[in-house]
Design a protein around this ligand. Structure first.
Ligand code: NAP
Length: 495
C-alpha cells in the first residue's frame, strides 16, 4: 500500500500542545519573540483556539540568520555518513511518533486523520530518502576538449537557505525542503504558514532529539512574512530561497530575491486537468478521481481541478462520482471516522462558495453538495457539478476544496487543448486502457507531472514540480531535490 493511502490504525494520540508552542526555535533554544507578541492557532473543525505561538520580529530573524551562519561550517564539514545517520534518525522518530503528529496535523489543519497519517508517512520518507542521497553526492571529472587541462566539478552546499511553506501539508512541505538541504550540507531557517505552525515546532523537537546540531534548523513564525523575508534575503550570507505556496506570493518573492540574485526554487499553484477517455476502466477512474480530488479534502496543489470526461462514459462517471462523493463522512478532522474534514479558514469556504455559485450561474448542474452548511467549523460538503462551462471561474482558478467540476469532451485533440488552456502546469491525470494514447497525451500535456491511470503522483523518489506559472525547480527525485541546495564549482586543473 502506498504511504499516502494508509487508512486504518489505532486510536489517535493527543499531542502535547504546550510542547509545540513553547517558543521560536533558534540556535537550538526555545524562546519567546523579541516583541513578546503571540499568534493564535485555530482548530478549523471547531473554531477553538488550540494554542498561541510567538510572533517573531526582525530582531528574531537576525538571530536566526546568525545561528544558521554560526552552524554552517560545522554542518557542511560533518561527514556525509554522519549527516545521513542523523537524517535517518529523524525518519525513525517521525514514524515512532506518527500517531501524535497525525493528530496534531488534523487539529491545526482540519484534514481527516487518515489523510494526516498519509502525510506523516510521506513527510518522514523525505528524511529516509535524503539520508540515502546524502552519501551519494558525486562530482564530475573530464578532460577539456582542447586537451589542455582536466575539468573537475565539485558540488558544494549552496549556503544558508530560507524555506517558506504553506498550511496544506504542514509536515511534508517542510521536510521536502529541510531533508535535502541538510543532506546537501546547508543550514536553514523555516518559516511555516501562520495557520499551521504547531507541526513545524513539533518536528523541530524531533530534529533536536535526532542529533541535528543547534543552528542547523531554525524555525520562526510571524505575522509579517513580507518584511521578514526581505530582511533575511538582504543578508548576503543567505544564498537560497525555497518557497511552496501560491503563485501570487511566489512572484513577489522572486522579485524580492532578484534584488540580491538569490537562487530560488518555487513550488506554486496548480489547476490540474483530469482526463477520462471512453475506454478507461470506470472503477479505476473513479478510484483515481476520489484520490486526486479528495485527498486533503481538495486542499492540494495537485488536486484535480477540472475533470474532462469523454461523452461515451460521461453519464456513468458522473453518476458513480456523485454516489461516492455524497457518501463521504464529513466531520472533525481529528475524528478517526472522518473522510472529509473542514477547510482551513472561513475565507477558504467563502471562495469555494463563490466559485460554485459562479459555475451554476453559468449553467453547471449540482449533482451533490453545493451549499455551505450552518454551524461551527469551516465546512464545505463534497460536491459534484456537471456540465461546467470553460468560462466558469473555477476552470481558471484553484478551487482548493471538495468540488469536482465535470465537463464533457469528444476528441483527443480538443481535450488536450482544453487541458492546456491554463497558466498553470503542475499535475495532470489521464485514464485510458490504450497505453499508446496515454503516453501520447502525456507527452502533449503541459505539466511537470502526469499520473497515467493513477490518482496520485507524489513520491519522494520522483521529481515533484511544475512548469509555466506552477513553479521553478524540482523537489525529491534522484538528485533533483538535493541539487537545488548545491552549487557546482568547476576547477580547471593542470597536474
Ligand atoms: P500562500 O498564501 O502563498 O502562503 C504560503 C507561505 O508564504 C506561508 O508561509 C505564508 O505565510 C507565506 N507568505 C505569504 N505572503 C508572504 C510574503 N509577502 N512574503 C513571504 N512569505 C509570505 O499559500 P497558502 O495559501 O499557504 O497555500 C496554498 C497555495 O500553495 C496554493 O496555491 C497551492 O497550490 C500551493 N501549493 C503548492 C505546492 C507545490 O508543491 N507546487 C504544494 C502545496 C501548496 P502566512 O501563513 O503567514 O501568510
Amino acid at each position: 500500500m502506498n504511504a499516502l493511502q494508509q487508512t486504518s490504525r489505532p486510536q489517535p494520540i493527543a499531542p502535547d500542545l504546550g510542547a509545540c508552542s513553547r517558543g521560536l526555535y533558534i540556535d537550538g533554544t526555545w524562546r519567546p519573540a523579541a516583541g513578546g507578541r503571540t499568534i493564535p492557532v485555530t482548530d478549523p473543525s471547531t473554531e477553538a483556539v488550540l494554542a498561541t505561538v510567538p510572533d517573531a520580529t526582525l530582531e528574531d530573524a537576525a538571530s536566526a540568520v546568525e545561528a544558521a551562519a554560526k552552524a554552517a561550517e560545522g554542518w557542511r564539514s560533518t561527514a556525509p555518513r554522519k549527516r545521513s545517520e542523523i537524517l535517518r534518525r529523524c525518519f525513525e522518530l517521525m514514524i515512532e511518533r506518527s500517531e501524535m503528529l497525525a493528530t496534531l496535523i488534523s487539529m491545526e489543519n482540519g484534514k481527516a486523520l487518515r489523510d494526516a497519517r498519509g502525510e506523516v508517512a510521506y513527510a518522514a520518507e523525505f528524511f529516509r530518502w535524503n539520508a540515502e542521497e546524502a552519501v551519494r553526492i558525486t562530482g564530475e571529472f573530464g578532460i577539456a576538449p582542447a586537451g589542455t587541462n582536466r575539468i573537475v566539478v565539485d558540488y558544494q552546499p549552496i549556503g544558508i537557505c530560507l524555506l517558506i511553506t504553506p498550511w496544506n501539508f504542514p509536515a511534508a512541505m517542510a521536510t521536502r525542503k529541510i531533508a535535502p538541504a541538510l543532506a546537501a550540507g546547508c543550514t536553514v531557517i523555516l518559516k511555516p504558514a501562520t495557520e499551521t505552525p504547531l507541526t513545524a515546532y513539533a518536528l523541530a523537537a524531533i530534529y533536536e532529539e535526532a542529533g541535528v546540531p543547534p543552528g542547523v534548523v531554525n524555525v520562526l513564525t510571524t505575522t509579517s512574512p513580507g518584511p521578514m523575508t526581505a530582511a533575511i534575503l538582504a543578508d548576503p550570507r543567505v544564498r537560497k530561497l525555497s518557497f511552496t505556496g501560491s503563485t501570487g506570493v511566489g512572484r513577489a518573492l522572486l522579485a524580492e530575491a532578484s534584488k540580491h540574485v538569490i537562487s530560488c526554487s518555487m513550488e506554486l499553484g496548480g489547476n490540474a486537468p483530469f482526463l477520462v477517455f471512453d475506454d478507461a476502466d470506470l472503477e479505476a477512474a473513479l478510484d483515481g478521481a476520489m484520490i486526486a480530488k479528495m485527498r486533503n479534502a481538495g486542499e492540494a496543489c495537485t488536486a484535480a481541478n477540472r475533470i474532462y470526461v469523454q461523452s461515451g462514459i460521461y453519464d456513468a462517471f458522473a453518476e458513480g462520482l456523485s454516489r461516492r462523493m455524497a457518501a463521504m463522512r464529513v466531520g472533525n478532522g481529528a475524528d478517526a471516522t472522518t473522510e472529509c474534514g473542514p477547510m482551513i479558514t472561513r475565507k477558504a469556504v467563502d471562495k469555494i462558495d463563490r466559485l460554485v455559485k459562479d459555475a451554476t450561474a453559468r449553467g453547471a448542474r449540482v449533482l451533490c453538495g453545493g451549499a455551505v452548511p450552518a454551524g461551527e467549523g469551516f465546512y464545505y460538503p463534497p460536491t459534484v457539478l456537471a456540465d461546467v462551462p470553460g468560462e466558469a471561474e473555477m476552470a481558471h482558478e484553484e478551487i482548493f476544496g471538495p468540488v469536482a467540476p465535470l465537463s464533457r469532451f469528444d476528441s483527443e485533440s480538443d481535450v488536450i487543448a482544453r487541458a492546456n488552456n491554463t497558466e498553470y502546469g503542475l499535475a495532470a491525470y489521464i485514464f485510458t486502457r490504450d497505453l499508446a494514447r496515454g503516453m501520447r497525451v502525456a507527452s502533449k500535456i503541459e505539466a511537470g507531472m502526469i499520473a497515467l491511470n493513477r490518482g496520485l503522483v507524489s513520491d519522494p523518489a520522483a521529481p515533484f514540480g511544475g512548469v509555466k506559472q506552477s513553479g521553478l525547480g524540482r523537489e525529491g527525485g534522484q538528485h533533483h531535490g538535493i541539487a537545488e541546495f548545491m552549487e557546482a564549482k568547476y576547477i580547471a586543473a593542470n597536474f
